[in-house]
Design a protein around this ligand. Structure first.
Ligand SMILES: *Cc1c(COP(=O)(O)O)cnc(C)c1O
Length: 373
């Protein structure tokens, strides 16, 4: 390939994000029927989207409405979120997924010479977004699988402008405690933005959740991000949001694409943001699915990280890549974890009881085959 285009070397140095394989792609590759493919690779909602969101989409999807640009300020959605959280609407930033907000935060705050910090076993977007701004990513070793907050605080040198933390973390499923997080915030200079990525918050048992909105009120440098992609079941529509009490929303607004969140996504999110009955169903199904998977792994003598989220990180061993291929042959997509630096592990999203059962049965059979081979 030619590299005649003038482009910054830090862009050429970026390794592209590796997403879970789409069902349509595996169907093409293997000649399978899409409806027979089981995808447990991207932590999507096995219950699908809530009716409250779909109803709002149907109402918004008129010829007239779709022909108009979206409300670039996402007034209705921001006010619905603000009311639910008990914060002013000016504190909310809406994004094309919360992904986009990570990138905009980096664009607003980083430049060559500036650094971001995150833990080992991180969501690769943090690194890509840092590099894309010419910034320098600093990866801090984890303690076992847990984020080492003391080490991260120590890594916050004067060049650091952003810290990314994820609770529960992806791919480990481990949470940060309220006490540890507050102690951490107390050590971070107010000029450094702490991004707390709570993409999986709704799956976490109440007692393991951080009271993050109360902390946003107390710490102007805290930016909490959440998403409609996971528990709310709207990954395909791309909508997430962030909350910060200080300058960040205003800075991000200067560089944000003016119509970053489309009309149907805004309508869907506003339609379901208060659908607690759906979230309760999702929570209950997920916790029983977690138990089903973890019990299954125990009975297969597989080591796993006990999860507070909607996926489980499980140790397969040196044949993890082979197992992944064999699962794909059977129309089952999981997430191999080599890109997280864990080549012997896989990450499995929690599905419905039937889906978990199908996965566990295939896993059992294939592990027996692989160990005999
Ligand atoms: C899935 C995920 C998100 C959500 O991304 P969206 O862009 O909102 O779909 C954010 N952070 C982590 C760690 C995730 O795994």
């Amino acid at each position: 390939m030619s590299d005649n285009l003038s482009a910054p070397s830090y862009i050429r140095g970026i390794e592209p994000y590796k997403a879970g394989k789409p069902i349509s792609e595996l169907a093409r590759e293997k000649g399978l029927q899409p409806e027979n493919i089981l995808k447990l690779a991207s932590n999507e909602n096995p219950l699908g989207a809530p009716e409250s969101a779909l109803q709002a989409v149907r109402e918004a999807a008129t010829a007239h409405n779709v022909a108009l640009y979206p409300d670039g300020n996402a007034y209705n959605l921001k006010h619905a979120i603000a009311k639910r959280l008990g914060v002013p609407a000016e504190w909310i930033i809406v994004g094309n997924g919360s992904d986009e907000l990570m990138g905009l935060t980096c664009e607003a705050l980083l430049e060559p010479g500036a650094k971001s910090v995150y833990s080992q076993f991180y969501f690769s977007v943090y690194r890509i977004d840092t590099l894309a701004c010419g910034g320098t990513p600093v990866e801090v070793p984890a303690k076992g699988f847990a984020i080492d907050l003391d080490a991260i605080a120590k890594a916050v040198t004067p060049e650091v402008r952003v810290v990314f933390l994820t609770t529960p973390n992806n791919p480990t499923g481990l949470t940060i405690s309220q006490a540890d997080f507050e102690a951490f915030l107390g050590k971070i200079p107010p000029s450094v933005t702490v991004v707390l990525d709570e993409a999986y918050r709704e799956f976490v048992p109440e007692e393991d959740r951080i009271d993050s909105i109360a902390l946003v009120k107390k710490y102007p440098n805290l930016f909490v991000t959440r998403t409609f992609s996971k528990a709310y079941g709207l990954a395909g529509l791309r909508v997430g949001f962030g909350v910060n009490s200080s300058e960040l929303p205003e800075l991000v607004n200067r560089i944000r694409p003016p119509f970053n969140c489309n009309t149907l996504a805004q309508a869907a999110a506003a339609g379901c943001v208060n659908d607690q009955a759906f979230l309760d169903r999702v929570y209950e199904m997920n916790r029983s699915g977690v138990k089903q998977l973890e019990d299954g792994f125990s009975s297969l003598n597989l080591e796993f990280v006990p999860t507070k989220s909607n996926f489980v990180l499980v140790h397969i061993g040196p044949k993890a890549a082979e197992l992944n291929q064999a699962l794909l042959d059977r129309g089952i997509i999981i997430r191999p974890c080599a890109s997280f630096g864990l080549p012997e592990w896989i990450r499995v999203s929690v599905g419905t009881a039937d889906q978990n059962e199908r996965f566990l049965a295939a896993l059992k059979e294939l592990l027996a085959k692989l160990s005999a081979a």
